[in-house]
Design a protein around this ligand. Sequence first.
Ligand SMILES: Cc1ncc(COP(=O)(O)O)c(C=O)c1O
Length: 393
Amino acid sequence: MKVDFSLSCKRENTNAEKYVLRNRLFGTENLIPMWVADMDIDTPSFILEAVQKRLQHPNFGYEEMPSSAFVAQIEWLKRHHSVTFLQEELLYSHSVVASINAAIEAYSTEGDKIIVQTPVYPPFFKSVTHHNRKVLFNPLKKSEHGDYTFDIDDLVSKIDKDTKLLLLCSPHNPVGRVWKKEELKALGDVCLAHNIVVFSDEIHSDLVYEPHIHIPFASLSDEVANITVSAYGVGKTFNLAGFAISTVAITNEILREKYKKVYNEIHFAQGTILGHVAFETAYMYGDSWLEVLKIHLKKNIVLLEDVCKKHNDKISFIAPEGTYLAWLDCSKMSLSDKELKEFFVKNAKLGLSNGVSFSKEGSAYMRLNFAVSSEIMEQAMQQLDFALERFQR
Ligand SMILES: Cc1ncc(COP(=O)(O)O)c(C=O)c1O
């Protein structure tokens, strides 16, 4: 498939969160926004064509999410991740974060403890406190080389009878790890032993770079599938976040009924007509587009690596195994988190996510979203190189 990722449509004249909030977050519009996890890469044209076709019918009343859309996802998950779900195990969601919130309601009560492995996507710990549950912090363990793994000993030492749920980020935002089978198995064993339900957020699972392979948590064994709620979607893979559509897969009937109770009370409903079309089309026909996208994203990783290598006295960077998010270790610059943000905004003119917003362990890090066209990436890397060249403590 021929797709050109060198350029992308400008988003300044849309309501794109990444652009609209520049002033509020960074105090200026004069920067390249590389924060929110969506892509400055156009949504694939074969999806847009299917959406346009549906627009030709003039009725947009209530619609069910069609069986064919679930089947397309089931087949995709089989093809790409060797995991099999039945249609009755899948439920529509307008947002993975909403699904996390529903799972918290379904599987815990006020005062219970929920495990979060920091640094992590902030809604993980925010959702826990919003529901008056306690966050059980189980920070990822960092090696002397700067790569991360689970800290199973720390986890075991902290679990007690009030610990009900673990929120797993797989692949991991922001550290970019694609968890290996042995790592997931160790986590699964602990959760099985302590009756802990696992919400496995696998929204980034299609964006994994060779030789790494995404292992769905529910695919580890029937026992693990029995304690798992998995979240999958097209939002990241095909830049469809604005269509607000994902699913959860729950194999265990008892867990599914508990989740459905909350789901029905909140009235998650069935999603939008155009969302259904985009979702089904993406999963039916998206394989080759995704391959080309990943080649492009890997090129962007190389561009970033080149700049970081040149300035390795200031920034250390381990290429992510998955996701389009780069976790930059800026500790050698010896700046406070506020000064670091200012350096990126004022000197590099880049709007990144502050590492510390992912938890205190993210201090001195910045997260850079490299899912952009070549044009934007080259410009951003020039600006970063220029700023680092002139940086003096
Ligand atoms: C790990 C993770 N989960 C969930 C989301 C958001 O998903 P949704 O927009 O479906 O709520 C993101 C977005 O950045 C994410 O990185």
